[in-house]
Write a protein that binds this ligand. Structure first.
Ligand code: SF4
Length: 109
């Protein structure tokens, strides 16, 4: 029997997606502890991220899986919505900074 996870989680794949517990891969178990569970997912995918992100950021700030969420979004190029407390633009800038730092480190080695 499949148990349906009725918790709506921003970070659970995509806004509002309901997933069966059996469908959550082991490397994504962090999603079960997401502080955004139960919130309207539209809150995390505002029209203007930079203007409307404040409320979502406050939830992310107290989320126990913030780092997991952010790393997942970076690794999977989630460029829309608030993930790990950052907007899509902020995550793109962070990815660039990390890439540049890795290049500098490689050049210095
Ligand atoms: S960091 Fe924010 S978007 Fe990610 S799981 Fe936590 S509350 Fe949800």
């Amino acid at each position: 029997m499949t148990t349906v996870n009725t918790t709506t989680v921003n970070a659970a794949g995509r806004a509002g997606e309901r997933r069966a517990e059996d469908d959550i891969r082991p490397e994504e178990h962090w999603r079960r502890r997401a502080a955004c569970a139960g919130f309207d997912t539209a809150f995390f995918f505002p029209e203007d991220e930079d203007e409307a992100a404040t409320g979502a950021r406050e939830i992310c700030a107290r989320c126990p899986v913030r780092e997991d969420c952010l790393e997942y979004a970076l690794a999977n190029r989630q460029d829309e919505g608030i993930w790990g407390g950052l907007t899509g633009g902020e995550r793109r800038r962070l990815r660039r900074r990390r890439r540049d730092a890795a290049r500098r480190a490689a050049a210095a080695a």
